[in-house]
Design a protein. Structure first.
Length: 311
């Protein structure tokens, strides 16, 4: 049996509530397959498209009514609850269909960041839907937000992405896992908070969910960090005639490819960096895997995916 933190991408959840409901049913089957293998599973997920939609809707309402704009941390909390609810419902239904004695629970998770983090001065985290360059320029003038090109797929609003320091609900998550629950936590990278003399306070930011997933995997003493993305294996020379899929990577090899700019900043780079963080200062038997949702079980069986581990 292994303790596995599974990081599920927010873009893999669809772009509307109805689409997400349909997709999570398929996702649930893949996750329960892994649980049925005898593993402890802690599931994290992205929220880029969802939190962007929520924030835009709240901002539009505030502009129409002349009311206070909903703070971004609260929008992140809404997306964490909304996505967690859909995943939890679908996973629990799949568990009961298989007559398994497990429960699935979602933890609204606060993740502490440093208010002096340089990320607040240089927003880089894409959120919301993709738009054209022309539309991005128009929107920037209207809402005074920053838009940047994202991995050749269009332009998206970018927001501060500070480094995660600590997971506030860590003890609760650990206890739930030890009680044999499937736990959904740190959704969207967690609700970003800073520690003040009056307690934790939310801030306008989105923490990279892969980095938070790596921190959670380290703190919860996971055996495996499984990052699920759109492709079966990590590639170098991507979209060129020399494109090559990688089955195995050592930390040294991964760092060399990062130095050679083989991984795009908006897509594969944070995933590889998260794997390296998890493996750093950890035991040799820890493993990080990057693959697609459809191939997750096969990857855990050693049949596919990109495995990153120390020699």
């Amino acid at each position: 049996m292994s303790r596995i933190v599974i990081a599920l991408g927010g873009n893999a959840l669809g772009s509307s509530p109805s689409e997400q409901l349909s997709i999570v049913k398929k996702t649930a089957k893949r996750i329960v397959d892994i649980v049925e293998m005898g593993n402890e599973v802690i599931l994290t997920h992205g929220n880029g498209p969802q939190v962007g939609m929520i924030y835009n809707a709240m901002s539009t309402y505030a502009n129409i009514k002349g009311t206070e704009v909903m703070p971004f941390a609260e929008c992140g909390a809404m997306s964490e609850g909304y996505i967690g609810y859909h995943l939890q419902q679908a996973i629990q239904a799949e568990i009961e269909k298989r007559n398994m004695r497990r429960k699935c629970v979602t933890v609204a998770t606060q993740v502490e960041v440093d208010k002096r983090d340089p990320g607040f001065k240089n927003p880089t985290k894409p959120i919301g839907e993709f738009v054209t360059k022309k539309d991005a320029e128009k929107l920037a003038k209207i809402n005074k937000c920053v838009y940047k090109e994202d991995a050749g797929r269009g332009y998206r609003r970018v927001i501060a992405s500070p480094q995660p320091k600590n997971i506030v609900e860590l003890k609760t998550i650990k206890q739930l896992v030890e009680d044999k629950n499937i736990v959904i936590a740190c959704g969207g990278g967690g609700i970003p908070v800073i520690d003040t003399q009056y307690g934790y306070k939310g801030v306008d930011a989105v923490i990279d969910k892969d980095k938070t997933s790596a921190l959670l995997a380290k703190l919860i003493d996971a055996d495996i960090l499984l990052i699920l993305t759109a492709i079966e294996k990590v590639k170098i020379h991507f979209n060129t005639p020399q494109e090559e899929s990688l089955s195995e990577l050592t930390p040294d090899e991964a760092n060399k490819y990062i130095k050679d700019n083989e991984f795009a900043a908006g897509s594969m780079l944070p995933k590889v960096e998260a794997c390296l963080y998890f493996l750093k200062n950890n035991k040799k038997d820890k493993t990080a895997i990057i693959t697609s949702l459809a191939k997750a079980k096969n990857a855990l069986e050693g049949k596919t995916g990109t495995v990153i581990k120390k020699k």
